[in-house]
Design a binder for this molecule. Structure first.
Ligand SMILES: Cc1cc2nc3c(=O)[nH]c(=O)nc-3n(C[C@H](O)[C@H](O)[C@H](O)COP(=O)(O)OP(=O)(O)OC[C@H]3O[C@@H](n4cnc5c(N)ncnc54)[C@H](O)[C@@H]3O)c2cc1C
Length: 527
C-alpha cells in the first residue's frame, strides 16, 4: 500500500530529525530511514559541534575561520546564516536535553580544533553525535504527527509535472513501496562508501546525490571531498576515526623514526588544515618507508582515557593502548563538501524537493570544511529547511500525475562490483589526482553509468544490492567528472598535474545537472 503524509523526510541523522521537529507541529511527517534508526554519520561524530558560544568568541570570528578553511569558495551568505543561527540552535538542543561536557564551574567545556581561532567546539566526551542523535530522537519520537519507518531504503524520487511528490522505497523483504507527500526533504547524509578507505558507515553511499541527480536536480562542488588525515591504519581493522580533538588536546604526529614532522610541511604543524595534514602524512610515510603514528604518550594517561573513552575502546579492540602506544594512522575518505545544490532554505532546483545536511551543498564549506561545522550545518539548515517546507506546502498545488512506466523487455547488462568502484576511486580520484588517473577512472565509470541509466529507463526493478551499487556508481562518476574539470588544487581537491591554486580561472563553484546535457555552469553565491 502507498503511504501518504504531508511531509516526507528521507534520512534520520541530525538534519532529518531537526527538520522533523520543525514540521511536526504543522503537519504529518513520515521519516524513511534505510537501516537502524540511529545508523548514519551523525551517530559516529566524535569531536563535537562548533558554535560561537564561548567568552571572547563571536559569530564573526567563527565566520572568518570557516571562510579561511573554505579556500576562497565559501558562499559567504550561507556562512553568515550558519554562524549567526548556530548558537541559538545549539542552546535549543541543550534545552531539549543534550548533555555536553562542562568544566568544574559548570561552564560548557569548549575544545579547540584545527583551524579554529577560538575554543568553540561543544562535545559529549568523544561521542557527541550519539548524544545529539539521542536528544533529537527523544524529541521527535513522542510526537504523534511523526511516523518513522526503518529499513526502508528510498531508491528513486517521484517527480510529476516537474514537482517532486514523493519517493519509491525498498522494504527489508525486497518489496517496493511508495511514499507521497506535498514536500520532500533529502537528508541522506554522505558518500564516504564510494571509496575503499573511509570513516563512514555502510549507509553512506551517496543515495541522495544519485536520486536527486536522476530527478533533474543540480549537484555542485563534488570534486571537494575531505580525507581525514588520522583514521586508524591497522590491517584487518575498520578505519576508525581518531578525531582531530586528540591533536587539539596535544597529540602529536610522528614519523616512523619517532620524529615530529608536521612543521616541515606546514607552519601550523599538527593542527594544520586536514587536507595538508593528509598529504603530509602520505609523503612522510613514503619518505621514511614506514607508517606515521599518533602519540599521546606525553599526556596524562587518565585524562586521555576519560576524555576519549570511545576512541580508547576502538584502539583496544585493535590491541593498542591509546594513552601509551603509538597509534598507526593514515588518511581515509571522510566528508563530502559538495552535494545537491540548495539555496539558504534547503530548496533544490526541483520544485517540492529540499535537501539538508551532508547531502546538500549550501556552500558553507567551500572547498574544505572546518572541523565540527557539519553537525552545525545539519542542525541549522535542517531547521531552516523545515520552516521553508512548511511554507512551501501551503503554496504548492498538486503535480500532474506522470504516466506509469511499464517494464520493457529485459536487456542484458552488468554492473561493476562495489569493491571495484571503491578501489578505482581510491586509486584515481583520491587525495592525489591527475588527468591520466581521472580519465582512467571515467573510462570505467561512464559506460557503466550509461548502462545503468538504460536499465533504469526500462522500468525493470533492481534489488537492494543493485540499488546500492547504482548509488555508488552515479555518485562516483559525478565526483570524478567534477575532479577532471577543475584544473587546479584547492581545499579538498588536489591535482598533482595542477598543484597550485588558480584564483584567476577557478575561483568559482560549479554545478551539474542532467537536463543540461551534463554540462556545467559557473555560479557565484547562492542559486
Ligand atoms: C566518524 C565520523 C566522525 C565525525 N565527527 C564529526 C564531528 O566531530 N563534528 C562534526 O561536525 N561532524 C563530524 N562528522 C561529520 C558529521 O557526522 C556528518 O556530516 C553529519 O552527521 C551528517 O548528518 P546528516 O543528517 O546529513 O546525515 P547522517 O547522519 O549520515 O544521516 C543520514 C541518514 O540517511 C539515511 N539514508 C541514507 N540513504 C538513505 C536512503 N536511500 N533511504 C532512506 N534513508 C537513507 C541513513 O540511514 C541516515 O539515517 C563525522 C563523521 C564521521 C563519519
Amino acid at each position: 500500500m502507498d503511504l501518504r503524509q504531508d511531509f516526507l523526510i528521507i534520512g534520520s541523522g541530525i538534519a532529518g530529525l531537526r527538520a522533523a521537529a520543525e514540521l511536526a507541529p504543522v503537519g504529518r511527517v513520515l521519516i524513511l530511514t534505510k537501516a537502524e534508526p540511529r545508523e548514519g554519520n551523525t551517530g559516529y561524530a566524535q569531536g563535537g559541534i562548533a558554535a560561537a558560544v564561548g567568552p571572547g568568541d563571536s559569530p564573526a570570528l567563527h565566520a572568518a575561520d570557516t571562510i579561511a578553511a573554505g579556500a576562497g569558495l565559501c558562499d559567504e551568505q550561507a556562512v553568515t546564516v550558519l554562524v549567526e543561527d548556530g548558537p541559538r540552535y545549539v542552546h535549543e538542543l541543550i534545552e531539549w536535553g543534550a548533555v555536553f561536557d562542562r568544566d568544574p564551574e559548570g561552564n560548557l567545556a569548549l575544545a579547540l580544533e584545527a583551524a579554529h581561532g577560538a575554543r568553540r567546539v561543544l562535545h559529549a566526551a568523544d561521542a557527541t553525535g550519539r548524544e545529539i542523535s539521542r536528544t533529537l530522537w527523544a524529541r521527535v519520537a513522542g510526537l504523534s504527527s511523526v511516523t518513522a519507518h526503518d529499513h526502508a531504503r528510498a531508491v528513486d524520487l517521484i517527480v510529476e509535472g516537474g514537482r517532486c511528490v514523493g519517493a519509491r522505497f525498498l522494504r527489508e523483504d525486497g518489496t517496493l513501496g511508495s511514499a507521497r507527500a506535498d514536500v520532500v526533504l533529502l537528508a541522506t547524509g554522505g558518500a564516504g562508501q564510494v571509496y575503499s578507505d573511509t570513516t563512514n558507515p555502510l549507509v553512506a553511499t551517496g543515495d541522495g546525490v544519485a536520486m536527486a541527480y536522476r530527478a533533474g536536480a543540480r549537484v555542485a562542488d563534488l570534486e571537494f571531498f575531505q580525507f581525514h588525515p588520522t583514521a586508524l591504519d591497522v590491517p584487518g581493522q575498520p578505519r576508525f576515526l581518531l578525531s582531530e580533538a586528540l591533536r587539539g588536546e596535544g597529540a602529536r604526529l610522528l614519523n616512523s623514526y619517532g620524529e615530529a614532522f608536521m612543521t616541515r610541511y606546514d607552519p601550523a604543524g599538527d593542527l594544520a588544515p586536514r587536507d595538508r595534514v593528509a598529504r603530509a602524512i602520505v609523503r612522510e610515510s613514503a619518505r621514511t618507508a614506514g607508517k606515521v603514528t599518533l602519540s599521546l604518550e606525553h599526556l596524562d594517561h587518565d585524562f586521555v582515557r576519560t576524555r576519549f573513552p570511545r576512541i580508547a575502546a576502538a584502539c583496544q579492540l585493535a590491541g593498542l593502548d591509546l594513552a601509551r602506544d603509538r597509534i598507526p594512522v593514515g588518511p581515509a575518505a571522510h566528508y563530502m563538501m559538495g552535494g545537491v545544490q540548495t539555496d539558504l532554505d534547503g530548496r533544490t532546483t526541483v520544485a517540492g524537493l529540499f535537501a539538508a545536511g551532508e547531502v546538500a551543498c549550501t556552500g558553507v564549506h567551500g572547498a574544505n570544511r572546518l572541523a565540527s561545522n557539519s553537525l552545525l550545518e545539519g542542525l541549522v539548515f535542517g531547521a531552516r529547511a523545515g520552516l521553508a517546507m512548511a511554507q512551501s506546502r501551503q503554496a504548492s498545488g498538486s503535480g500532474e500525475p506522470e504516466e506509469a512506466r511499464s517494464p520493457n523487455a529485459s536487456t542484458p547488462w552488468s554492473l561493476p562490483t562495489d569493491t571495484s568502484i571503491q578501489s578505482l576511486m581510491w586509486r584515481h580520484v583520491g587525495f592525489f589526482r591527475d588527468r591520466q588517473g581521472l580519465e582512467t577512472a571515467l573510462a570505467e565509470l561512464e559506460p557503466a553509468s550509461r548502462a545503468l541509466e538504460g536499465r533504469l529507463q526500462t522500468g525493470e526493478p533492481l534489488n537492494a544490492s543493485q540499488w546500492r551499487t547504482a548509488s555508488l556508481l552515479t555518485t562516483a562518476r559525478l565526483i570524478a567528472r567534477a575532479a577532471l574539470r577543475r584544473e587546479e588544487s584547492r581545499g579538498g581537491h588536489y591535482r598533482s598535474d595542477f598543484p597550485k591554486r588558480d584564483d584567476i580561472l577557478w575561483k568559482r563553484r560549479e554545478s551539474e545537472g542532467l537536463h543540461t546535457g551534463g554540462s556545467f555552469s559557473a555560479r557565484n553565491g547562492s542559486i
